[in-house]
Design a protein around this ligand. Structure first.
Ligand SMILES: [Zn+2]
Length: 282
């Protein structure tokens, strides 16, 4: 088993060319990075390949976050087509970088008479995107979302993966916590439930390693408000997640979505190391 940690995007204390980031992360003791294409996939093939080479030379696992402007549930043909195309561009860029997980916000229920009908459309969108590119490494990774208006409960993310094939869910612990308005991801048994459910439904491959996001989070009615640093009050508690990984022997890539990105990735790593020293049962 191996636990990897890294920032969502350019480290806040880093200045320099993007391809220098993996060596910087390694010097800090981090070993993962999510490339943020959240405002559009703009990286050139040459730069993406260079980033991928540097990542592999520095033992940094790459993933990619697709643009926010995706709504695969849309009934509007233009919006749907542009969304599919953005997922395609993300998959291609990930392939150049050697990234497996391509994290996507699937879409919104709005305009659908039922959640099932929105989910069905989203699944069509992913299938269409995957049919347009030939892939060796990249997979779609529907994110578990933080708001009640967004397609992406845990069960929906798993159902998407079951139906589209080249897929592993992105488990965002903060989103699970926010969407439940602070009722879930508060006990170790909640974390166990998630891990066992994903593995039972999708097989070992989907959790080896588990692709995940973590930060603390502020929530209100309807779920997510904003991501917080680990030093702020509130949940979820990182220690219960890490303790569960260690006790059950899971491998996970944990991307820090805290406002202080890599600094909190290091805090998370430190917490896990402390638990290891004390023994997971301690
Ligand atoms: Zn996201």
């Amino acid at each position: 088993m191996r636990l990897r940690f890294g920032p969502a995007g350019v480290p806040i204390d880093y200045k320099g060319p993007i391809e220098g980031i993996p060596a910087h992360l390694r010097s800090l003791g981090l070993d993962a990075m999510e490339y943020e294409a959240v405002h559009g996939v703009r990286i050139s093939e040459a730069k993406a390949r260079k980033l991928g080479e540097e990542a592999s030379a520095n033992d940094v696992v790459m993933s990619l976050h697709a643009p926010y402007y995706v709504n695969l549930a849309s009934k509007d043909k233009g919006v749907f087509e542009r969304s599919v195309q953005r997922v395609v561009e993300s998959l291609l860029a990930a392939e150049w970088m050697g990234a497996e997980a391509v994290v996507v916000h699937s879409g919104y229920y709005k305009g659908h008479e039922s959640r099932e009908s929105a989910l069905k459309r989203v699944i069509e969108g992913y299938r269409e995107a995957l049919s347009r590119v030939e892939l060796r490494t990249a997979k779609v990774s529907p994110e578990v979302m933080g708001k009640g208006s967004q397609v992406g409960t845990l069960e929906e993310a798993v159902e998407i993966c079951r139906q589209v094939g080249r897929c592993k869910p992105c488990i965002d612990w903060a989103h699970l916590y926010a969407r439940s308005e602070g009722k879930f991801v508060v006990r170790q048994e909640d974390v166990i439930k998630v891990l066992e459910y994903v593995e039972r439904e999708l097989g070992r491959e989907a959790v080896n390693p588990l692709h995940s996001h973590f930060s603390k989070i502020k929530y209100g009615r309807g779920g997510e408000r904003e991501h917080l640093t680990l030093s702020e009050p509130g949940g979820p508690e990182w220690a219960i997640v890490c303790k569960t990984y260690l006790e059950l022997g899971y491998s996970a890539v944990t991307i820090s979505e805290s406002p202080v990105l890599e600094r909190d990735a290091l805090v998370m790593k430190g917490v896990c190391e402390e638990i290891k020293i004390k023994g997971p049962k301690g």
